[in-house]
Design a protein around this ligand. Structure first.
Ligand SMILES: Cc1cc2nc3c(=O)[nH]c(=O)nc-3n(C[C@H](O)[C@H](O)[C@H](O)COP(=O)(O)O)c2cc1C
Length: 325
């Protein structure tokens, strides 16, 4: 039985210990507000609410500011924003100040090894904000580091996830207890969780909440293309293509474009060359937002096998969190 007194809900000021993970291109204010209004924590991702590439950092900044303001008109509940929007770390301080000025309550830190998050966390704490630390390469060392520098919540991400898959091939079932055993701050489980069984398993393994992406794509409110949502309903984990990129790995539902990426990997192309193609051709946006499968990929986690219908965000949250009622 799951204990309904929960540190994650207390820390974040939300009803249910569920966070919708940041997802490039396929979030917007309406979708994020619907997660927060359903009792979870919605999270804007990079390029939230947009269909075109920004041409400058100023444009990224202005777009994010407008989208944050829009979320605030749609919900009075907390929501989150990542402070690192790309691998260009030089913009982090400017984005951090924006989040402070806009009164954002929760910040996602994509823990990149070697970057000093201490001053950022201190700054956010000083402004009464909560920080969630999610390393792209989860390990005991970076979990202990995050706790030491004052992160409020940690996400342990397993190899089952969608998006950029962690470098180390450690499944969600193994990474969650490994991390939960090493820190005292609450740990959320991420990767492949798409129904109440996964939530129960996460709690049995020592997690105090779940962090999910894929299950939220197959919702009425998510801005992903309709054909992409249908692909999620008609595929299982065994269909997914897995290929190397930089950083780490990616997996995709088979599309003509994702087959090309797999062929590059199998043909011995360097990680950088594959990543270069994916990012310059905007394969995620073109595939998932525009629905053009000839020129784009559809990255999802292994939990897609048991997503069988397009529901509202509220139905998804209520289903996953059924033990908390
Ligand atoms: C389409 C897609 C795009 C993603 N983009 C990002 C991103 O831009 N930044 C990020 O921190 N995580 C990103 N993620 C990872 C999610 O935040 C989350 O960790 C992951 O979806 C959890 O695994 P699940 O999809 O199996 O539920 C993405 C995931 C997906 C499926």
């Amino acid at each position: 039985m799951i204990n309904t007194e929960n540190r994650v809900t207390e820390i974040l000021g939300i009803k249910y210990p569920i966070i919708q993970g940041a997802m490039s291109w396929i979030t917007n204010a309406e979708f994020v507000a619907s997660v927060s209004n359903a009792g979870g924590l919605g999270m804007l991702g990079p390029h939230a609410g947009h269909h075109t590439n920004p041409t400058s950092f100023d444009e990224i900044f202005d777009r994010l500011k407008a989208e944050i303001r829009k979320v605030k008109t749609l919900t009075d509940k907390p929501f989150g924003v990542p402070v690192i929007l790309s691998y260009d770390l030089s913009t982090v301080d400017v984005i951090a100040d924006l989040l402070i000025d806009e009164g954002v309550k929760v910040v996602l830190l994509n823990g990149m090894d070697g970057f000093d998050y201490g001053p950022l966390i201190k700054k956010f704490k000083g402004n009464n904000m909560k920080t969630i630390f999610r390393s792209l390469t989860p390990s005991i060392e970076n979990a202990q580091y995050a706790e030491k520098i004052g992160a409020d919540i940690l996400v342990a991400t397993g190899f089952d996830e969608g998006g950029t898959v962690p470098e180390k091939v450690i499944g969600t079932f193994s990474i969650v207890p490994m991390i939960a055993d090493t820190v005292d701050i609450p740990v959320m489980a991420a990767g492949g969780i798409a129904d109440a069984r996964g939530v129960r398993a996460a709690f049995a393994l020592g997690a105090e909440g779940v962090f999910a992406g894929t299950v939220f794509i197959a919702t009425k409110e998510n801005p992903a293309a309709e054909n992409v949502k249908q692909l999620i309903l008609t595929h299982t984990a065994s269909d997914l293509l897995l290929f190397k990129t930089n950083p780490a790995y990616y997996r995709s539902i088979p599309t003509p474009y994702s087959r090309e990426l797999l062929a590059m990997d199998e043909g011995g192309k360097a990680r950088d060359e594959i990543a270069d193609k994916m990012y310059t051709e905007q394969g995620l946006k073109v595939g998932m937002l525009d629905g053009d499968l000839e020129r784009g990929y559809v990255t999802v986690g292994n939990g897609l096998s048991y997503i069988k219908s397009i529901r509202s965000v509220k139905e998804v949250v209520e289903d996953l969190m059924q033990d908390f009622k």
